[in-house]
Design a binder for this molecule. Structure first.
Ligand SMILES: *[C@@H]1O[C@H](CO)[C@@H](O)[C@H](O)[C@H]1NC(C)=O
Ligand SMILES: *[C@@H]1O[C@H](CO)[C@@H](O)[C@H](O)[C@H]1NC(C)=O
Ligand SMILES: *[C@@H]1O[C@H](CO)[C@@H](O)[C@H](O)[C@H]1NC(C)=O
Ligand SMILES: *[C@@H]1O[C@H](CO)[C@@H](O)[C@H](O)[C@H]1NC(C)=O
Ligand SMILES: CC(=O)N[C@H]1CO[C@H](CO)[C@@H](O)[C@@H]1O
Length: 509
């Protein structure tokens, strides 16, 4: 219990480890496509960015008394910035604190992606809840948010090709979102190109009946909020040059003050010719998922807070509060959230997570990229991690002969990766060959997993056995000197005698 002082700083709403400044603060980080960050000291210093660095024009405003302030995004209309007093980053939550005139405003961005081994469909459902709390006034405070439709495109100029914005209204029944805006391209070239941003699929902005959502040009909508002349907005909105999803809500202590952000990939992965849908589609499409998120929001939030506390406590115990703070960021970025998307393989009846090589060449499930992430996965979600390895082990010699799929892999060592996100189609001869390193990585990870899951739960290993023996035999045959080998530092090219022992050494310590 020597940890108590760290908790006081890291937990319930107080400042985090001192002098901690994250390079970028996660806002809406749920999959490689749905990954928005603020890379400034203050949330009002500039536009949020996709992880690629592309700016996304999101703006948030708030009216206190007769003054309108900005709480999110770049300067607009000479409006003053709300004063940011703190930002707190936890594994599933980012919390901004502002002083806005006489009022304290807290904005939470919560992506409740945890408990993958208990509730995978929910944990992998990419919804971020944005929740507002005010103190210091009894009057409602008006909050405005808008999100550019280019959030759902590959590039900013793509609207030239046409962009559809569809207003969906779902009739309310108990505890449901009753308003959702859907943003996306008209063309919807499903998996039509591989890029770090998707130009198919739909971005959702959803909320319940206490708020109001609409589609507009940002200039008009922001001005209408500032001047309170929305009614005229309907009449004058003709300009379809740039579309924004907009939202306007009154925040008070007696209403549920939140909205939801989501990206529906429609197809999560194209695996050797077969389109795999996002796992969460099994529970219904976007509106159903948003309604479930709304219905269970408070329960999920409580559970997420428990999860964050447990993980932060473990990290702090391992190496102190700074390590815990970094761990919270890593969980969002590299861990089970920002780098993976979980698909449903109808053919095999399994959930298959895939990991994207971010800030690199976009490879799918690169073994030497999974390897450095694996201690975290093994710790928080070993079964999820096992599922991540399954698609890598399919092939002629591999798991159930490709699980009935036409997987062109026939080498006697482990693959390097599966394809370029989101298309897995790499044949054996097209691999970036790292035979010794990747076979070693796979054997080490599977051994660690078997150890972690215990002798009672290793039945799954049976179907892996032939491929494991093939890889192990290959490693033995490469002894005592593997010759020239490519390793994860592939910019060096193949090096003599290289077996990249570093991971093995770090495993021992
Ligand atoms: C709203 O009011 C402002 C200030 O009077 C004005 O400039 C603007 O054109 C009005 N907007 C609409 C849509 O009428
Ligand atoms: C917020 O409150 C104002 C003033 O009471 C009202 O005019 C406006 O319609 C409300 N907005 C929403 C979205 O309910
Ligand atoms: C939203 O904020 C309110 C006020 O702080 C809090 O009571 C509620 O639990 C929060 N809900 C969610 C889903 O974050
Ligand atoms: C693997 O398949 C390719 C054709 O896709 C073939 O050229 C190669 O000889 C095969 N290699 C082995 C080891 O069977
Ligand atoms: C306008 C505003 O809120 N500026 C704040 C930016 O963040 C620093 C701390 O990082 C505050 O001191 C400023 O007040």
């Amino acid at each position: 219990m020597a940890l108590a002082p760290f908790f006081v700083r890291l937990l319930p709403g107080l400042a985090v480890a001192e002098h901690f400044r994250a390079p970028c603060v996660p806002l809406d980080v749920a999959t490689p496509y749905q990954s928005t960050w603020s890379c400034f000291d203050n949330l009002t210093d500039g536009s949020p960015q996709h992880w690629t660095g592309d700016s996304l024009d999101w703006v948030g405003l708030v009216r206190v008394g007769s003054t309108v302030y900005r709480w999110l995004g770049r300067p607009v209309m000479d409006l003053p910035a709300a004063q940011q007093t703190a930002v707190d980053i936890r594994p599933t939550l980012t919390r901004y604190h502002f002083q806005v005139g006489s009022v304290q405003l807290t904005v939470d961005f919560m992506t409740p992606s945890f408990d993958h081994d208990k509730v995978l469909v929910v944990a992998s459902c990419p919804i971020t809840t944005v929740n507002f709390t005010i103190t210091g006034t009894d009057d409602p405070v008006e909050v405005y948010f808008d999100m550019s439709a280019t959030t759902a495109t590959k590039s900013d100029d793509q609207e030239a090709g046409g962009m559809a914005l569809i207003l969906g209204r779902v009739w309310p029944y108990s505890a449901c979102v009753d308003q959702a805006i859907r943003l996306g391209t008209v063309e919807q070239h499903l998996v039509g190109q591989t890029s770090d941003r998707s130009d198919w699929g739909y971005r959702y902005l959803a909320t319940d009946s206490t708020s109001e959502t609409f589609i507009s040009s940002a200039t008009l909508a922001r001005s209408a909020f500032v001047h309170r002349n929305y009614s005229k907005l309907q009449e004058t909105f003709r300009e379809r040059a740039r579309f924004f999803g907009c939202l306007n809500m009154n925040v008070s202590t007696s209403t549920s003050n939140r909205f939801y952000l989501m990206f529906d990939e429609v197809i999560s992965q194209r695996y050797f010719g077969r389109d795999l849908m996002p796992l969460w589609h099994r529970n219904g499409r976007a509106i159903r998922a948003l309604e479930a998120a709304h219905q269970w929001a408070e329960q999920r939030r409580r559970d997420a807070e428990d999860f964050d506390q447990r993980l932060l406590a473990e990290l702090a115990q391992a190496a102190g509060p700074r390590y815990a703070q970094l761990g919270a960021l890593v969980y969002r970025q590299a861990g089970v959230m920002g780098s993976t998307s979980t698909a449903w393989n109808e053919k095999t009846g399994e959930a298959w997570p895939f990991m994207k090589e971010i800030s690199s060449d976009g490879d799918v499930s690169t073994v030497d990229v999974i390897f450095p992430a694996f201690p975290l996965f093994l710790h928080v979600a070993p079964e999820f991690f096992r599922k991540l390895l399954v698609p890598l082990s399919a092939g002629r010699e591999g798991l159930r002969s490709g699980a009935g799929l036409d997987v062109k892999y026939n080498l006697s060592w482990a693959p390097h990766h599966l394809g370029t996100w989101p298309v897995c189609d790499l044949k054996s001869e097209q691999q970036e060959q790292m035979p010794v390193e990747e076979s070693g990585n796979m054997l080490i990870m599977i051994a660690a997993l078997a150890q972690k899951q215990g002798s009672g739960s290793t039945a799954w290993l049976k179907s892996y056995w032939p491929v494991l023996v093939t890889w192990a035999d290959f490693l033995v045959a490469s002894l005592p000197d593997p010759g020239k080998q490519l390793c994860t530092d592939d910019f060096e090219g193949p090096n003599p005698h290289n077996i990249n022992l570093a991971p093995l050494v770090s495993m021992k310590t």
